[in-house]
Design a protein around this ligand. Structure first.
Ligand SMILES: *Cc1c(COP(=O)(O)O)cnc(C)c1O
Length: 237
């Protein structure tokens, strides 16, 4: 299906989910996850108005980042806003900070320290989402919900990092409705943090919902959805 049609179909579903839940379209931000597609498709996506791009490995993102945002970029437009959405090794933080505007996978203090260190060298502040393993699935990254409040307090030691929200991945379900409780639980965690923690009051955003389940995530309060296959497609290697 042509990209324009995909974008339009996704837009219709976002609008419908907003309508069902009484939310405003402008409160939902879309990240086009380009990890399954070529540089060429990534450029088309950006030129079609998908201004937020997500990647989960620096090795795979590098070519695209250089072409679209590097010093001698080959795509002369304005630059996209890059989101790092994959799990991040501590020693790779320095590759990502300064290139990706947002990091969605903060899940431990050693990583917070590495992000802070590089960001302070660059005199920037990096907005981050704290990844929480709400579903309890063994294979999913992210911290346990019980660890969250202590973690947020500990982040005060790293002022070049700004926690702005929570992120989670729901398990793949053939019936997307079955992901609802995962998304609801993340929203409730966010609400508790906002109520109980002075430092956590800036933690407003919810990065949740992928191709299979974004409608449900929007109904449960997502403010950033991360869409790969359904939006920009999935190309064979
Ligand atoms: C790959 C990926 C996505 C997008 O996946 P789709 O199911 O293709 O939409 C979203 N979030 C994360 C963390 C991912 O790794």
């Amino acid at each position: 299906m042509p990209l324009q049609d995909r974008i339009q179909q996704v837009e219709q579903r976002i609008a419908a989910a907003c309508q069902r839940s009484g939310r405003l379209r402008e409160d939902i931000n879309v990240i086009a996850v380009t990890k399954y597609v070529s540089l060429e498709t990534t450029v088309s996506a950006y030129k079609s108005g998908l201004l937020h791009l997500g990647e989960n490995r620096w090795q795979d993102a590098e070519e695209k980042w250089v072409a679209l945002s590097g010093k001698d970029r080959s795509v002369p437009e304005d630059v996209p806003t890059w989101h790092f959405i994959g799990s991040l090794q501590t020693n790779k933080a320095k590759d990502v900070v300064g290139k990706f505007s947002y990091i969605h996978s903060l899940d431990r203090l050693s990583l917070a320290e590495a992000i802070h260190k590089k960001a302070s060298q660059l005199s920037i502040i990096v907005p981050c989402f704290i990844q929480v393993n709400v579903s309890g699935e063994m294979s999913k990254h992210g911290m346990e919900p019980e660890e969250l409040s202590g973690f947020i307090d500990a982040l005060q030691a790293f002022p070049s990092l700004q926690p702005i929200g929570l992120m989670t991945m729901a398990p793949y379900e053939s019936k997307p409705e079955e992901t609802r409780l995962v998304f609801r639980a993340l929203r409730e965690l966010r609400d508790v943090i906002q109520r109980d923690s002075a430092y956590g009051s800036g933690i407003k955003h919810l990065s949740m919902g992928m191709s299979n389940d974004f409608d449900v995530a929007i109904e449960e309060g997502a403010t950033w959805i991360r869409l790969g296959s359904i939006l920009v497609g999935k190309e064979e290697e």
